[in-house]
Design a binder for this molecule. Structure first.
Ligand code: ZN
Length: 682
């Protein structure tokens, strides 16, 4: 894991984040009434009605774990990026500095022959340095070094806004050091989890043995090494705070002096670590989970130096595996397959486009917006954001359960929300990153190091509020509590979310609802704890806080009753913020549409299209965005790790709470899409 990802987690990424994608060039997955299954009663199961025909014909491509509009769009964006990158790679002497960076980076990734002929050669010096370590104090130097080049053993170190003074960035240390996506993979003992764990051990065994062979050693003790790593990571997992508890920022709020943090876990040699990574001087830092450091301190005592070396080597091998020779790439993919069910590895060009986006995203992004983001899109988005903000303002003012005092504070917070649309006004400067043709692993490590240094340099500096947490081609959007801002990259501003050729009703059900969703995050169970400046500060009266919790519990209980896959139910508390945002977003987006219809003197906005009223088209547009197929493996993974509900419940879970929906479709009490106890927060 890279430093930047750790930062993203703290910024509360919304919607679904996809680092992977699939097959040949296709048109945008636009809105069409052909996806509707008219044999289904919309009041019985609206998702089945809106997506039924899509579900009958759509197939998950073999190189995908799931198929949904986000992934379809990501495919299109990758085709565009591929064209840019191939041109930049072939470009010759006429290239500018940005084209040289992204072209040579992508070219080094595509040169599979060179990558295969090198085997593990480029990692050998790193592995030798770990072998040469004489004591546990010196091992922290190696951990610091590999943190900088892109792996993340043992714990996390990063910079982020101070929870109580968001204008200032401070240092953070936190739990970390796992290979699997969640602590539950180490702790649960059901058959499916045990099978994934077995795959994990096989993956490690294969990679360790291959590495020994490539290093010219005769050892075949990969199995023992794998057991060592599993034992250490299980200890880390036991000490970790679970994902649902971490949703509450108060559980991660532990600012202390540097001395206190260092003495909390003397076996981590944190002072030496901070020196190694060249961190600016700081007197205080935040420790995300102090218990983790206390518990692991004992584990570091009981594990031998040799075992710890094996563990650190594993993290280096695992993070490098996709960019090494074929045996490592295949072993790594088999692990991904066990977790997600994906049938085939993606074509190399797709992996290389994604890697370029990850490592040099704002360089590739500059070229991407030149070809894929017309200025008119930004103007129309600004208008919609404005309409949605007004709508949320009215919604809050009309709430019966909130006092005037808290409403006044909520308005201050809403007015302070900034928005970012398309791409950053100031691009990141990659001129100090050396990108060499034919040196893939070196390029990846140098790009990672550039990013790590950039993150560390922010410590004890004022927050740069112009910075973006996503790259422009990303099909996603987010709200950030410390920044108190909503952000929409260019990548999502296209069909089926946003189609300039279609009526407002469909667009309000698509991107309008996404805007409403992100705005609502400022007021969900997590976001409401932050004030307009982005500080963790309670601006609610005690009574209003209780009223909020009561209504949020209704949402948590509702979604906890939904079955995600097999007999596994959704975690209503893990998904509470996203479900609250979906419900609030739908309500305020529809209200904004109703205003537009009322204000339209021509009467055009209120007309039926294809036989559907604007309200019906709003809900159909919403449904289309979430038509989705998932392989069972990835469905199981997401129940544990994803704060978002599966597509079916993002739609049905919302509409059954809405009298507006029931009116639009003529649903009657007792039908499944008419909840007996409808939940209503915003
Ligand atoms: Zn969200």
């Amino acid at each position: 894991m890279r430093f930047s990802r750790l930062i993203s987690v703290l910024m509360l990424l919304c919607a679904v984040s996809f680092s992977q994608s699939s097959s040949a060039a296709k048109p945008a997955p636009g809105f069409s009434i052909d996806t509707i299954d008219k044999s289904v009663d919309p009041c019985t199961d609206f998702y089945e009605y809106a997506c039924g025909n899509w579900l009958k014909t759509a197939e998950i491509p073999p190189d995908q774990a799931q198929w949904v509009s986000f992934v379809e769009l990501h495919e299109r964006n990758m085709d565009i990026a591929r064209g840019i990158l191939e041109k930049a790679t072939a470009g010759g002497a006429g290239r500018n500095a940005i084209e040289q960076k992204i072209g040579d980076f992508y070219g080094s990734c595509m040169d599979e022959k060179a990558v295969n002929s090198k085997g593990i050669a480029e990692l050998k010096p790193e592995l030798k340095r770990i072998d040469a370590v004489k004591d546990k104090q010196a091992l922290i130097d190696e951990i610091a070094h590999i943190h900088m080049i892109g792996a993340s053993p043992l714990f996390a170190f990063y910079s982020s806004p101070d929870l109580h003074n968001a204008d200032q960035v401070i240092a953070y240390i936190d739990q970390g050091g796992l290979t699997a996506p969640d602590r539950d993979y180490y702790l649960k003992d059901d058959e499916k989890t045990k099978a994934v764990r077995q795959h994990f051990v096989e993956y490690m065994t294969e990679v360790f043995n291959q590495a020994s062979k490539d290093e010219g050693k005769s050892e075949t003790d990969g199995g023992q090494k794998a057991d060592t790593v599993l034992r250490i990571e299980t200890a880390l997992a036991k000490a970790e705070m679970d994902r649902t508890s971490r949703r509450d920022p108060k559980n991660r709020d532990h600012k202390m002096s540097r001395e206190e943090a260092v003495s909390l876990a003397s076996n981590f040699y944190l002072d030496r670590y901070f020196h190694d990574v060249n961190a600016p001087t700081f007197a205080q830092l935040n420790v995300g989970n102090p218990e983790f450091f206390k518990q692991i301190n004992a584990a570091l005592e009981s594990e031998s130096l040799d075992s710890l070396k094996v563990y650190v080597k594993w993290h280096l091998l695992n993070s490098s595996a996709p960019w090494l020779s074929q045996p490592y790439v295949e072993a790594n993919f088999k692990m991904q397959q066990a977790l997600t069910g994906q049938k085939e590895i993606q074509a190399r060009w797709k992996r290389c486009v994604n890697l370029t986006d990850r490592e040099l995203g704002e360089a590739l992004g500059q070229k991407y917006v030149e070809v894929a983001f017309p200025p008119e899109s930004k103007a129309r988005m600004l208008k919609m954001v404005d309409a949605l903000e007004k709508s949320l303002d009215q919604d809050i003012q009309n709430l019966s359960w909130m006092s005037e005092e808290t409403k006044k504070q909520a308005k201050v917070k809403l007015d302070a929300i900034r928005n970012k649309i398309g791409y950053p006004e100031k691009w990141r400067d990659y001129s100090s990153v050396e990108i060499k043709a034919g040196d893939l692993l070196g390029n990846v490590q140098r790009a990672n190091e550039f990013e790590a240094k950039r993150q560390i340099a922010k410590i004890e500096k004022p927050l740069d509020r112009k910075e973006w947490g996503m790259t422009p081609p990303t099909v996603n959007a987010y709200y950030s509590p410390p920044f108190n801002e909503i952000v929409f990259p260019a990548g999502i501003l296209q069909p089926p979310f946003f189609d300039p050729k279609l009526d407002d009703a469909v667009n309000f059900g698509g991107i309008g609802l996404v805007i409403g969703h992100e705005l609502t995050h400022g007021f969900d169970d997590q976001g409401r704890k932050y004030d307009p400046r982005g500080n963790l500060h309670d601006w609610w009266t005690e009574q209003d806080g209780k009223e909020f919790e009561k209504r949020a519990s209704c949402v948590a209980d509702e979604y906890s009753s939904f079955v995600a896959v097999d007999d596994i139910k959704l975690n209503g508390r893990l998904t509470l913020g996203e479900n609250t945002a979906d419900n609030g977003g739908a309500r305020i987006a529809l209200a904004a549409l109703e205003h537009m219809i009322a204000d339209d003197k021509t009467g055009k906005e209120g007309q039926k299209i294809d036989g559907y009223t604007p309200e019906q088209r709003f809900f159909l547009g919403f449904g289309r965005v979430w038509c989705e197929k998932r392989r069972p493996e990835v469905a199981r993974m997401r129940v544990l790790t994803d704060p978002h509900s599966p597509g079916k419940y993002r739609v049905d879970g919302v509409v059954q709470n809405m009298p507006e929906f029931q009116k639009a479709w003529g649903c009657k009490a007792g039908q499944p899409m008419v909840a007996e106890n409808a939940c209503h927060v915003w």
